[in-house]
Design a protein around this ligand. Structure first.
Ligand code: ACO
Ligand code: KIV
Length: 518
């Protein structure tokens, strides 16, 4: 498939001299670095469920855990290796014999062993000199290889390590048998240009695949991972939803979609499963995905602005870089304060209503006004709200036909005053004003109307429902009135229950009077 954005000549020109590999391997560390997210702890069964989903989506390597860290972790990694998944199963181990033995015991296909190489880590954490660090790395790699297991070696804090020494460490690691060299940006301090340069420098010196592991402390984990690919990396470490230590790791879904849609580079990921995988990891880890998260966020393919919605309805690519289905999402047109007529027309169509057929142009304008004014009040508008507004507007007698209409209403209520309402009703051409008291503002308002209309029409029943939750929800009032031998039931929906009640009652009065007149 032709990538969506590489067709852009600017990008084509910018990357024309880079020799990209056919495909990039995805090393998923959701179950290891992802689980290091503060507060996250998965049970072995939950880890198995995520491992199966990772396998099904097509990741190349699953870092299933850090087996030495607990008996539960060991059990989880053993359970995952026993599934015989297509993905390679990897366990993390310090350059410590016990860590390696426990990983071997779990039956992993690959051991990811690491030791920190930066001056800070050598001096304050490991308390080792440069030579000791190299010796520990070499011993660990040789020990793993002597068990016939694949080794991925990481220089922890590589990006704050003296570059000559880093290359020396990696050369020793490769000589000791490391199959893959991983370059971790442990505290996320790299910038894309520097990452590309570093990977090129490392790659020059060795012929094993180079991998990258980027943290997101400055929000650059994905950009740095991609820059590493531009520098020649063939494998990227990432986590679902970008979870991980501190600000997290490079997000799998973003990395995969950038490679596929912008660079046209393949991974084995079945991208249409990305959103479900993201939801599963969010559910099991308890880490919510921000709505504006790229690719899998709730809003990644949602459009509220009138201009955008119009564009998308005409041709989706106007405001979407890729089709939502490609990542298992659906396009959403959200109605609110920024909505335009095209979006509302489309929503009505979705609900089986056509402007000019089921609703008049005048009613359509009223629907737009009602939706925008609800949005102005800060309300998130649901389909149920739209349906209530449509019903309210379309089932209402036309203003020009009404015998009785509301000119004004004012209510007063409180704990130290008697609820009082004043109404001004237009009856034919006359305006009549009355006030009444009641047990509450709705009761007072209905009684004030009743006193204008007289006793010939009476309220028989009154019900109220909230369409959606919240104190700002649309309230739907349903009333039954009887008069002149006729009974009518009418509805009105407003955020204000007094207005909804008054409008429902006036609608009922009009219906009775209109049939009585005939
Ligand atoms: C950058 C990363 O994300 S690395 C992975 C980080 N993940 C985790 O730490 C989660 C799991 N960790 C654990 O359960 C525990 O820390 C364990 C089981 C690994 C170790 O626990 P403990 O033995 O109690 O040690 P503790 O965690 O307090 O300290 C770490 C020790 O490992 C040493 N160490 C750290 N990294 C390495 C390494 N790569 N190779 C060898 N030794 C190392 C430290 O110098 C320290 O040694 P010391 O005990 O002799 O002072
Ligand atoms: C173990 C290594 C790769 C790591 O997680 C890091 O450096 O962030």
């Amino acid at each position: 498939m032709e990538p969506y954005c590489k067709i852009n000549d600017i990008i084509k020109e910018a990357i024309k001299d880079i020799n990209f590999p056919e495909s990039i391997k995805i090393f998923d560390t959701t179950l290891r670095d992802g689980e290091q997210t503060p507060g996250v702890s998965l049970t072995p069964d939950e880890k198995v469920e995520i491992a199966i989903a990772l396998n099904n989506i097509g990741v190349d390597v699953i870092e299933a855990g850090f087996p030495v860290s607990s008996t539960g972790e060991m059990e989880a990694v053993k359970k995952i290796t026993s599934l015989n998944l297509d993905a390679e199963i990897c366990g993390l181990a310090r350059a410590v014999k016990k860590d390696i033995d426990v990983s071997i015991d779990c039956g992993v296909d690959r051991i990811h062993t690491f030791i920190a190489t930066s001056p800070l880590h050598r001096k304050y954490k490991l308390k080792m000199d440069k030579e000791e660090v190299i010796n520990r790395a070499v011993e660990a790699i040789e020990y793993i290889k002597s068990h016939g297991i694949k080794v991925e070696f990481s220089s922890e804090d590589a990006t704050r390590t003296e570059i000559d020494y880093l290359i020396e460490v990696y050369k020793n690691a490769v000589d000791a048998g490391a199959d893959v060299i991983n370059v971790p940006d442990t505290v996320g301090v790299m910038i894309p240009k520097a990452m590309e340069y570093l990977i090129k420098e490392v790659k020059k010196e060795m012929d094993v695949p180079i991998s990258v592991h980027c943290h997101n402390d400055f929000g650059l984990a994905v950009a740095n991972s991609i820059a590493a690919v531009e520098g020649g990396a063939e494998q990227i470490h990432c986590t679902v939803n970008g979870i991980g230590e501190r600000a997290g790791n490079a997000s799998l879904e973003e990395v995969v979609m950038i490679l596929k849609s912008i660079y046209g580079i393949n991974t084995k990921i079945k991208t249409e499963k990305l959103t479900n995988l993201s939801r599963l990891v969010s559910k099991l880890t308890g880490i919510k995905v921000q709505p504006n998260k790229a690719v899998v966020g709730e809003n990644a393919f949602a459009h509220e602005s009138g201009i955008h919605a119009h564009g998308v309805l005409e041709h989706a690519l106007t405001y979407e870089p890729i089709p939502p289905e490609l990542v298992g999402q659906k396009r959403k047109i959200i109605l609110g304060k920024h909505t335009g007529a095209h979006a509302i027309k489309a929503k009505l169509k979705e609900l089986g209503i056509e402007v000019g057929k089921n609703v008049t142009e005048e009613q359509f304008k009223e629907i737009i006004n009602r939706i925008k004014s609800l949005g102005d009040k800060g309300k998130r508008i649901t389909d149920a709200d739209v349906e209530a507004i449509i019903e309210d507007v379309t089932k209402r007698t036309l203003k020009s036909e009404r015998i009785v209409d509301l000119e004004q209403i004012a209510v007063m209520t409180g704990n130290r005053i008697i609820p009082t309402a004043s109404v001004a009703l237009r009856i034919n051409k006359d305006v009549k004003k009355r006030s009444a008291i009641g047990v509450g503002p709705v009761d007072a308002a209905v009684k004030a109307i009743q006193s204008v209309i007289g006793e010939k029409i009476k309220l028989k029943e009154y019900h109220i429902n909230a369409i959606t939750g919240g104190t700002d929800a649309l309230a739907e009032v349903i009333v039954t009135l009887e008069g002149y031998g006729k009974e009518v039931t009418t509805k009105a929906a407003r955020e204000d229950i007094v207005r909804a009640s008054v409008e429902a009652v006036i609608e009922g009065i009009n219906r009775i009077l209109m049939t009585h007149k005939k």
